[in-house]
Design a protein around this ligand. Structure first.
Ligand code: NAD
Length: 489
């Protein structure tokens, strides 16, 4: 059941969540204003290095106690499944928090809650499939086996664009492996992660196994990334911060898993279904205001159908509403002032690069909110900034190509490699392109489709490691090799 969303009369105040309980939010909290309404909606505790230290020690103590590590897969599964159920029971509440803090349309927030719950469902099943292997072909007197053991204390650091979904791509898998966690959500969107931690306690997770510290990257995230008692950092966010975290983790040789940015090409060939591909272009470019690592912000279209495709995309984009996320809109508000200015700057750069601005959404005025409507550049030079850099806003760059070889060359020229899609009715071409594209995910005649069963992650500077899929739990484990010598009778 969902109820109509409305603005809160006063902001919700949150403390950190450490050792199974909320702390006080303190007298200098971080105030979060709704980007769509300009009113305060949340107050988060401003985490210090001491708060991060306290959370790490709670996680370490819980790990060392064995309270969670020594539970059976079936017991862990029950906790994770109950958490999935709690997310579903609280969809309206969580969806409203996400909508208010991030500015995304309320309906998209509700959909995100259901995806997140589905990931917890899937991870709960994996709790009962964690096992090592045996080697019975080492000769008559040797026997070998491998054990998968939880890696220990994991730091999970997340961004603001899909707050509950992204923590759900990490936390249940770490918990399924038996790890204890310290979590740092984005300082813009911490509310649902804090609620999730409390739900885990309600579902039966022992105190200290999941701790959340709110606040800025420095000092909270940086303490997590450098601390000798943290065994692994799993980070989703910008490529620049990902590199900084990898460097910060090096002195203590932590395992690092990174899900970073993208500049994802959609290759549309002249034999493609134009109606469906135009719909996918709009979904890829405008979903979540384009604040999406998988945004299809770079459309590569074959020259002979370019005019027709651009006309369709333009018509569909003009029909979409931008504005108050409580209303029936497709595009909500931009997360913060810095991001808003960055997007406006890219629009100026696109104009300066000589691309055709066929739809200009840069001048939307909507009360106290911060909005940019769909913006489309056509005939973009492949080396222009708007065709190469991740904009993270509702700005689409359309690049035209002559043939398959040129399309692949442009697609792979990026230093990102998160995802790509191919639109064609020719199966051989689809397979050739799929093999050639340097990306962690390739969609054929679809876009943004997926399921928790399928691994997700980036090639090149889009990341390191994979989330989701059956191996996601293994990311949070160490392999222990056991070799046994067998005596002759
Ligand atoms: P960001 O890198 O600025 O911040 C991400 C998180 O890191 C935040 O919690 C932040 O407080 C923290 N942080 C910042 N500096 C830190 C430091 N020095 N040490 C430790 N932690 C630090 O990213 P953002 O602006 O929140 O999110 C947008 C970016 O995230 C985009 O580049 C986008 O592509 C990327 N992203 C990637 C994926 C993916 O799965 N590949 C998914 C969503 C977002």
């Amino acid at each position: 059941m969902t109820s109509s969303p409305s603005l809160p009369s006063s902001p919700t105040s949150y403390g950190h969540y450490i050792q199974g309980a909320f702390t006080e939010s303190g007298d200098n909290p971080i105030e979060r204003q709704s980007p769509a309404h300009g009113v305060p909606v949340s107050l988060y505790a401003r985490g210090t290095a001491a708060d991060a230290e306290q959370a790490i020690q709670a996680a370490k103590a819980s790990f060392d106690s064995g309270d969670w590590v020594n539970t059976s897969g079936a017991e862990r599964q029950a906790v994770l499944q109950k958490t999935a159920n709690l997310i579903r029971e609280h969809t309206s509440e969580l969806g409203l928090i996400e909508c208010l803090e991030s500015g995304k349309p309320y309906q998209q927030s509700l959909d995100e809650m259901e995806w997140a719950a589905g990931v917890w469902d899937y991870a709960s099943a994996l709790c009962r499939h964690l096992h090592g292997d045996t080697s019975n072909s080492l000769g008559p007197d040797l026997f070998g086996m491998t054990l998968r053991e939880p890696i220990g204390v994991c730091a999970l650091i997340t961004p603001w664009n899909f707050p509950l979904l992204i923590i759900s791509q990490k936390l249940p898998f770490a918990l399924a492996a038996g790890c204890s966690c310290v979590v740092k959500p984005s300082e813009f969107t911490s509310g649902t992660t804090l609620k999730l931690a409390a739900m885990l306690s309600e579902a039966g997770l022992p105190p200290g196994v999941c701790n959340v510290v709110t606040g800025h990257g420095d000092p909270v995230g940086s303490t997590f990334s450098t601390h000798p008692d943290v065994n692994m950092v799993s980070f989703t966010g910008s490529t620049a911060v990902g590199k900084a975290i990898m460097a910060a983790a090096a002195p203590t040789l932590k395992k690092v898993s990174l899900e970073l940015g993208g500049k994802n090409p959609q290759l549309i060939f002249s034999d493609a279904d134009l109606e469906r591909s135009a719909d996918a272009v709009c979904l890829g470019a405008w979903f979540n205001m384009g604040e999406c690592c998988n945004s299809g912000s770079r459309v590569l279209v074959q020259e002979d159908i370019a005019e027709e495709l651009v006309a369709k995309v333009l018509e569909k984009s003009q029909a979409l509403k931008t504005g108050n996320p409580f209303d029936d809109v497709s595009v909500g508000a931009i997360i913060n002032e810095a991001q808003y200015e960055k997007i406006q700057d890219f629009i100026r750069k696109g104009k300066a690069a000589g691309a055709d601005l066929v739809l200009d959404g840069s001048g939307v005025e909507q009360g106290q909110g911060r909005f940019i409507a769909p913006t489309i550049f056509d005939k973009v030079p492949p080396d222009a900034d708007i065709a190469c850099d991740e904009i993270f806003g509702p700005v689409l760059s359309i690049v035209r190509f002559k043939d398959e070889a040129e399309a692949l060359q442009i697609a792979n020229s990026s230093w990102y490699g998160l995802s790509a899609s191919v639109w064609t009715s020719n199966t051989d071409r689809a397979l050739r392109c799929t093999r050639s594209l340097k990306a962690g995910t390739v969609w054929v005649n679809t876009f943004l489709d997926g399921a928790p069963e399928l691994p997700f992650g980036g090639y090149k500077q889009s990341g390191l490691g994979r989330e989701l899929g059956p191996e996601a739990v293994l990311e949070y484990t160490e392999t222990k090799t056991v070799t046994m010598r067998i005596q002759k009778t």
